[in-house]
Design a protein around this ligand. Structure first.
Ligand SMILES: [Zn+2]
Length: 564
């Protein structure tokens, strides 16, 4: 109800002059509604392009910093559509910024493009069935956001041209989001300094938006490099100083310390270099940590504790160490006025209509992965996400809980630098583990395609709001200045000396790219990627089909008994 009142008020505040009307502001509102309806129709008419972009990026399956094919494909497409594309921004070969239009406002629209190691999976198949065994895959659904943004922006661009609406649209990719490896560098290097507002899109299980502290952790990604002395591991082990020993002792120290850390922290590591072969005492070894916490000071403290562990390990083993910061992210905080505008549009769009096939794939996947609930795809819109100090958050994996920490996204560094929101759209299946092959199941199927189209409609409408109602951006900055950053000022976790770690994942992609190339999507021959792979939609085993039937019957019986 409150939102409706606000909406009516907003309509009366629109500068009538924008529409060549001198009398009734409400007519300006009517005009915006008419333009929004046109944008929605344009997105609907262009849904094949959305599907193609989505399926194409899915088939490239590129890990962070190695998104070469995605880079070529997206920048070529945007240049064809009349955008000016700056390539290799912030010293990152696969990063780009595409702009179109002129003057203010400058609105940035972004989404991630990288995928997950070892998550290769055939779309539309409700059990593990990789396209290429061991290869990377879109087990986070980052293949979908650019498709959404591009069709939304193209629909709005057409209207801006016809109606001579002033403003600049900027499209950009989150490169290496899984490594939180780039967005703090975009900010540090000034690529967002003139941007008035940013809409970011991320795949989810519902069409939604939040504002305030989103309940995420921020993090710093650090690799500790130890150096010792090589020696014959049997002939003269006393002459060696093992760098691997240092890594193991650092991890032991950390794992004991873990008990005495705050419950909101998350920390995890991989040994990225454990030596070469057993008969040579490892002279070099490295361990790569993510230190996550709820606030910037806590992240810094956790990191300092990590450095102490490394010092202790070096002392015990008579080795030396250095560390490198490979990425960073603040905890996400998003903008209230823009979220409110987006949520009004989300309510107008509503959720996609799912078919029985979509629901069967979703439920079979939920059963296969032992999801907390076998509930299929979302059929009821989420309420607007509230700041986590007052509302429980739904964590990945489906449990609702008070904010105890969790994942991170470096969109935070943008959200702390200018008014930003994150639009979530229903292209994935609820209740899956995340960063997992199963999260790729829906990502080149009608579920993903419909989720993108719904998201693109809400985004196109919100872009029109921001272009035609200057008070939204004014209010957004007031929220940013007077509330969000009143007591907390953004300081990056990276300094002027850090460089983006663009070499990461190179080895893995060199191994898998030739194998994946054979499966790149060819839209000139196949309508969809499912068709190209010859996958019957949905592909479920007989036992899965039976189990889903039982689950649905059980749920129906529960409803009828509770309504008695
Ligand atoms: Zn993500």
């Amino acid at each position: 109800m409150k939102n409706c009142t606000k909406l009516v008020l907003v309509f009366f505040l629109i500068p009538a002059v924008l529409f060549g009307q001198s009398k009734k502001g409400a007519k300006g509102g009517d005009k915006i509604e008419k333009l929004k309806a046109e944008a929605v129709a344009a997105v609907e008419a262009n849904k094949e392009q959305a599907q193609q972009i989505n399926d194409m990026l899915f088939s490239f399956a590129e890990l962070g910093f190695q998104e070469e094919e995605s880079f070529k494909y997206l920048t070529t497409l945007l240049e064809k559509e009349g955008f000016t594309v700056k390539k290799g921004v912030a010293g990152i070969p696969t990063a780009w910024i595409a702009t179109w239009g002129s003057g203010k406002p400058l609105i940035a629209v972004g989404s991630d493009i990288d995928c997950i190691p070892k998550a290769s999976q055939k779309p539309g198949v409700a059990y593990k069935d990789p396209i290429v065994e061991g290869a990377p895959g879109h087990g986070e659904g980052h293949n979908s956001g650019q498709a959404l943004n591009i069709v939304a922006v193209l629909a709005v661009k057409k209207l801006m041209e016809r109606e001579k609406i002033p403003g600049t649209l900027m499209l950009w990719p989150g490169v290496a989001e899984e490594l939180v490896g780039t967005k703090a560098f975009y900010i540090r290097d000034g690529y967002f300094k003139d941007v008035d507002a940013c809409i970011f899109t991320h795949v989810g299980n519902n069409l939604g938006v939040s504002w305030g502290d989103n309940g995420y952790n921020g993090l710093v990604s650090v690799r500790f490099n130890f150096e010792g002395q090589a020696a014959h591991a049997a002939g003269a082990p006393w002459r060696g100083r093992s760098a691997l020993d240092a890594v193991e002792l650092m991890n032991i120290g950390w794992n004991f310390r873990r008990e005495h850390l705050e419950l909101t922290q998350r920390s995890h590591y991989v040994i990225s270099d454990g030596g070469d072969q057993p008969n040579v005492v490892p002279s070099k070894a490295a361990v790569w940590y993510y230190f996550r916490e709820r606030t910037y000071p806590k992240i810094k403290k956790l990191f300092e504790t990590g450095v102490k562990m490394a010092e202790g390990a070096a002392l015990m083993t008579d080795t030396k160490f250095t560390y490198e910061i490979l990425g960073s992210a603040w905890p996400v905080h998003t903008n209230r006025p823009i979220a409110a505008a987006m949520y009004d549009n989300i309510k107008k769009v509503g959720l996609p209509t799912w078919t029985d096939d979509d629901q069967l794939l979703a439920r079979a996947s939920q059963l296969e992965l032992q999801a907390p609930k076998v509930e299929g795809l979302a059929v009821k819109l989420d309420s607007m996400g509230m700041p986590t100090s007052t509302a429980p958050v739904v964590m990945m994996g489906g449990q609702a809980m008070t904010p105890m920490g969790g994942g991170s996204d470096d969109i935070a560094d943008i959200s702390w630098s200018l008014p930003t929101i994150v639009l979530r759209y229903p292209s994935n299946i609820p209740g899956l583990p995340g960063h997992h092959w199963a999260n790729a199941i829906s990502m080149a199927t009608p579920i993903a395609h419909k989720g993108i189209v719904a998201g693109a409609k809400a985004e196109a409408m919100t872009l029109l709001d921001m272009l035609l109602k200057p008070e939204i951006i004014k209010e957004a900055w007031a929220y940013y200045k007077d509330e969000q950053t009143k007591d907390i000022k953004y300081e990056s976790l990276i300094t002027s000396k850090e460089q983006p770690a663009i070499y990461l994942n190179k080895k893995i992609m060199t191994e898998f790219k030739p194998k994946l190339e054979k499966f790149y999507y060819d839209p000139s021959k196949y309508k969809t990627y499912l068709e190209q792979l010859g996958i019957k939609y949905p592909t479920v085993r007989d036992d899965q089909r039976e189990a889903v039937k039982k689950e649905v019957e059980k749920a129906a019986a529960k409803v009828s008994s509770s309504s008695r």
